[in-house]
Write a new protein. Sequence first.
Length: 291
Amino acid sequence: MAAQTPLKEDQAEPTQPSETERPRRRWFPTSEGPKMPTSQILRELDWPMLLLIGIVGGIAWTLLLSRSGPLTFFAGLLPVGGGLLLGRRITAHVAWHAGFLSLITAVSAITATLVLAAMGIATQVFLQQVVALGLIALLPFPAFGVWTSYQSEQRNRKVRDEQTRRGGKLERPGRVKTIEELRSLSLPQLGSFVADLFRDHEFQIKDYQFERDNYLEFDMIHDGEVWVVRVTVDDKVKQGVALQFFQKLKAAGVTQGVLITSMDFQEPTVRWAKDKPIALIDGPTLMSMHS
């Protein structure tokens, strides 16, 4: 994290904006770039899903509302449910999708009620009830569902993209009390175990990356210095593995490296690393650090 530059004596604290100057809070995300033409936005809306969810939702809401009993409860959930379904599918123009879904749902509900009234099934009182509840439930709730679902899907998509970039994700190992339990951990579990252990020793984890060669590599900061920690579950780690790690550190200009395995190192590997800026930590040593 970049350090903040202290204010000089001749620099005044920025004044707080007045109520009229403060930016208004927006319910939906907006683009910072040039405003897109309305005609283009309308072409890019997911009209098949809008019409399907809006029309079916409005008709179903009217039919459920016309029934007495527990089915009326589902009428209250339906507008939000339709918005949640649409919000998971869209990737742009959230406010437009939300607004049109609410409008289509409300118009469909009123139209369905008029049809029922023309058939003599719905009364005038029920028609007034649909119009009143439509303004209360069918206009805001579908839009709320779209917004909530879209935000959730965006967060999930970000997590999935991050996992793809890193090649995997860490997994909680549970409690580890013995060396046998430590050596039974998978690489994602061992990585999480090592990450927690180093955090306890005031290391800050900046990033991590799973590699195809069956190891996991952490970028860490400790006392302002960059550390690279490589974790593997391989047994009898060979000298060539430590040499390749050393060469990578040297090429990156990193002077602090740690190579960790939950198993053991070969004796030549240990002898080779004695005069190198690499710390080797095997399973028993890692277990003693934990306890």
